[in-house]
Design a binder for this molecule. Structure first.
Ligand code: SAH
Length: 238
C-alpha cells in the first residue's frame, strides 16, 4: 500500500499536484473501495492501480487548468457513476460544495459508503435523472460549475447540464481528444440553452488525449428545457 501511495504521489507531482497525507489516503481508500465493489457491480472497466490514478484521478482533477475553484465552489457532477469526476475533485479541493447526481440508485448508494468512509463533508448525493432535477428550485440556475464525464453526446449533455448553471458560471464536459466535430454539431443546442463555447482545452495524460469543452452560461435557460426525461437523448437538439 505504501508503495502504491508513493507512486500515486509521484504521478500527481508530475502534473503539478501536491496533496497532504490525508488526501493521499483518501484517494487510496477510494481506489480500494472502488475495485472491491466492482467485483459485485459494474462500476468501472479500469481497475489496475496505475490506470485508476491516470484515467480516473488525474483526469478528474486536471480540470483545475481551466477553472478557478476559488470562484467556482458550488459544483454539480451530472451522471457521476462511481464518482467521477466529483469524488476526486472533492478530495483534491476540500472547500468545494459538491452535488453528485446519477440515475442509478445502486451507484448513489455506493457513493454514500464512500462519503461516509472518507468523511467527506458538504457532499450531496441525489438519485435522479438530470431532466427531472433541472426543473427544481435550488437546483436550476444554481451552480457555479457543472461537470460531466462520459455520459452522452455533447448536444444531449448540454440540455442535461446547462440548466443547472447560474448565469456567469461554467459547464465543463470531459471528452476524448477527438471532439471537434461533436463541438461543431452542438453549437446550436448550446446557444438555445443560453451557453457560449469559451474554449476546447486539449491535453494529454500519459499519451491519453483528452479535452475539456468549456462553456460559459450567458443567459438563463428557457423554461422549456430540458425537455421531458428521455426526450433529449431520443431527439437531440441540433
Ligand atoms: N461520470 C462517470 C460515469 C459515466 S457512465 C465516469 O466518467 O466514470 C454514465 C453515467 O451517467 C451512468 O452512471 C448513468 O446512470 C448516468 N446517467 C445517464 N443518463 C443520465 C441522466 N439523464 N440523468 C442522470 N444520470 C444519468
Amino acid at each position: 500500500m505504501e508503495e502504491k501511495i508513493r507512486y500515486m504521489a509521484e504521478q500527481f507531482e508530475c502534473y503539478g499536484f501536491t496533496f497532504s497525507e490525508l488526501q493521499k489516503r483518501k484517494f487510496y481508500s477510494f481506489y480500494e473501495m472502488l475495485v472491491e465493489k466492482n467485483k459485485v457491480m459494474n462500476l468501472t472497466g479500469i481497475t489496475e492501480f496505475e490506470d485508476v490514478v491516470d484515467k480516473h484521478f488525474l483526469d478528474s482533477v486536471y480540470v483545475n487548468r481551466v477553472v478557478d475553484f476559488h470562484k467556482h465552489r458550488k459544483v454539480i457532477d451530472l451522471g457521476t457513476g462511481a464518482g467521477f469526476p466529483g469524488i476526486p475533485l472533492k478530495i483534491a479541493f476540500p472547500e468545494l460544495q459538491v452535488t453528485l447526481v446519477d440515475s442509478s440508485k445502486k451507484k448513489i448508494d455506493f457513493l454514500g459508503d464512500i462519503v461516509r468512509e472518507l468523511e467527506l463533508e458538504n457532499v450531496e448525493l441525489i438519485h435522479a435523472r438530470a431532466e427531472d432535477l433541472a426543473g427544481e428550485s435550488g437546483y436550476r440556475e444554481s451552480f457555479d460549475l457543472c461537470v460531466s464525464r462520459a455520459v452522452a453526446n455533447l448536444c444531449i449533455l448540454e440540455e442535461y447540464c446547462i440548466p443547472f448553471v447560474r448565469v456567469g458560471g461554467n459547464f465543463i464536459s470531459y471528452k476524448s481528444g477527438d471532439v471537434d466535430n461533436e463541438v461543431k454539431e452542438s453549437k446550436k443546442a448550446c446557444l438555445l440553452l443560453g451557453g457560449r463555447l469559451n474554449e476546447v482545452y486539449k491535453f494529454e495524460i500519459h499519451d491519453n488525449r483528452r479535452s475539456f469543452v468549456v462553456i460559459e452560461k450567458k443567459k438563463e435557460t428557457p423554461r422549456r428545457f430540458p425537455r421531458k426525461a428521455g426526450i433529449p437523448s431520443k431527439n437531440p437538439l441540433k
